[in-house]
Design a protein around this ligand. Structure first.
Ligand code: ADP
Ligand code: ZN
Length: 522
């Protein structure tokens, strides 16, 4: 038996490695650098914990969250490994004690926050260990925190590039559960891991069923989703603002759902209490902003619902990935609208970031819109975004209930010309009014009852036109000008459509999806 397998069995009690774990362990134990991309629940921890035990000296594990460190360290102590952590939760005496233990060679692993690691005091400790040949390795957990595109960005992570400069012979392993090609490159560059071996696992989470519905009456939709087999189950409901979190949690409570709120605007103590209840009690629904989630290791989260659009497919994947870590069936449900998209674009545009960052952020948002509007398998699209090829999955809304499509080229042309005729300066609501021939005050004010497209849209109703316009945006034929309050404008893609040289297929929004697993009670 290899030493790695021996450790796996004797220390952790497992009989075999999973997926690429063994290769990673061997590679790092032999002194190699590694970049590990593995989905949540894939077993990233062992990839550095076993090499840490196999190599002489102490392994330094960089981890962004105190809660995460505490969980890991107590689990390690339970199996008899000498692990500890240093962070701001400790008093001075305790911190000194741990430092001394580390210098005396009594620790296998030390978990530390990034901002602490790069302090002169800590680097000085590392220098001592290094000189004595007692630095086993550096593990950088949640490595995507180095990426400025994600909402987990932690500027302190950027300073970790000091490690290879100062300790070039010490192996480093960076790990993350989320990284599209762009983020992967960014991690490699910023952490100086361009030469590191990359280990990429399948990102598929087959037990998660994906469903994305157009937002209509979001609260009613959410309640229907919960009543459809999720009552009494633990789940997370993501909202984009603190205010909405509070309101939604209160509303769910009124409806008899055991809902709690979590966002960064709440006091530390209240947040900790709610998080603790979510982890310990059964069937709590946590209504939260993205501040909630990273490092929450609750295996039986049965659903993740989004009432607002995340910022990117990566964000969506990461947030939905908190469901079903135990491998049992779980659901990812999202309601989205073009208004969400417009709002997100406005956030991007009004942000402080430079033009390049804005461009990339917008592209990421567009990719997410593509996922929302796809008529193909959601999972295939999702995995495809992470460069992973797959077959239609049979466990998402579009597979289970294939959306009906029909040719809507003629209506699309009407909508596009209406946008053009009214000067490319109005949002969807006004365009629909003109198409339907509604002489509203605004229509009269702009004399849009005089344009040739006034009242030519009797084939669809208000909702039908809005759906069509949303899909034209997703298709790229219409662009939303967020700087001018959601004004629609034509793009290059619109030209062949208008000239009749290309056609447009409309996805007909399905009635509530038939469920394979649970009875439809809505
Ligand atoms: P990640 O950090 O990738 O989300 P973890 O390292 O927390 O995943 O591992 C997820 C779960 O899988 C843990 O409960 C862990 O003990 C278990 N696990 C990991 N590797 C193995 C293995 N080789 N055999 C059995 N269980 C494993
Ligand atoms: Zn599918």
């Amino acid at each position: 038996m290899s030493r790695a397998r021996e450790t796996l069995f004797h220390v952790f009690g497992y009989t075999g490695f999973r997926g690429p774990q063994e290769d990673i362990v061997e590679h790092v134990a032999a002194g190699g650098d590694a970049l590990v991309l593995m989905p949540t629940g894939g077993g990233k921890s062992l990839c550095y914990q076993i090499p840490a035990l196999l190599r002489p000296g102490v392994a330094i594990v960089v981890s962004p969250l105190i809660a995460l460190m505490q969980d890991q360290v107590s689990a390690l102590k339970e199996v008899g490994a000498a692990a500890d952590f240093l962070n701001s939760s400790l008093g001075f005496e305790r911190a000194m004690e741990i430092e001394r233990a580390m210098l005396a060679g009594a620790l296998d692993m030390l978990y530390v926050a990034p901002e602490r690691l790069v302090t002169p005091r800590f680097l000085d400790l590392l220098d001592h260990l290094h000189e004595a040949g007692q630095l086993a390795l550096f593990a950088i957990d949640e490595a995507h925190c180095v990426s400025q595109w994600g909402h987990d960005f932690r500027p302190e992570y950027l300073q970790l590039s000091i490690l290879p400069e100062r300790y070039p012979q010490v192996p480093r392993i960076a790990l993350t559960a989320t990284a599209d090609a762009q983020t992967r490159r960014e991690i490699a560059e910023r952490l100086r891991l361009l030469e590191a071996r990359e280990f990429v696992s399948s990102f598929d989470r087959p037990n998660i069923r994906y469903t994305i519905v157009p937002k209509d009456n979001p609260r009613a939709q959410l309640l229907a989703f919960l009543k459809d087999g999720h009552l009494g189950e633990a789940g997370i409901v993501y909202c984009s603002s603190r205010k909405k979190v509070d309101e939604t949690a209160a509303w769910l409570q009124e409806k008899g759902i055991a809902a709690l709120a979590y966002h960064a605007g709440m006091g530390t103590e209240e947040r900790a209490i709610n998080q603790d209840r979510f982890l310990r009690e059964d069937g709590i629904v946590m209504v939260a902003t993205v501040a909630f989630g990273m490092g929450i290791d609750k295996p039986d989260v049965r659903f993740v619902a989004h009432l607002d659009l995340p910022r990117s497919i990566e964000g969506y994947y990461q947030e939905t990935g908190r469901a079903g870590r135990d491998g049992q069936p779980a659901e990812a449900w999202m309601a989205y609208s073009v208004a969400d998209l417009v709002q997100q674009r406005r956030f991007i545009d009004q942000g402080e970031a430079n033009a390049e960052v804005k461009r990339v952020s917008t592209a990421k948002l567009d990719a997410l819109l593509g996922l929302c509007e796809t008529t193909g398998c959601r999972r295939q699209r999702l995995l495809g975004y992470f460069d992973e090829a797959s077959e239609p999955c049979g466990n998402c809304d579009t597979c289970l209930n294939p959306p009906q499509v029909r040719d809507a080229s003629e209506s699309a042309r009407k909508a596009l010309s209406c946008v053009f005729r009214t000067g490319s300066r109005f949002g969807a609501g006004h365009i629909v009014d003109v198409l339907l021939g509604k002489a509203t005050d605004k229509v009269k004010e702009w004399q849009h009852d005089q344009v040739s497209t006034f009242g030519i849209g009797s084939e669809l109703d208000d909702k039908g036109w809005r759906t069509l316009i949303r899909q034209l945006v997703a298709h790229g034929a219409l662009a939303v000008d967020h700087e001018r309050y959601g004004a629609l404008t034509l793009t290059e893609t619109a030209r062949p459509l208008l000239r009749g040289e290309s056609s447009f297929t409309l996805r007909i929004d399905a009635a509530p999806a038939k469920k394979g697993r649970k009875a439809d009670t809505t």
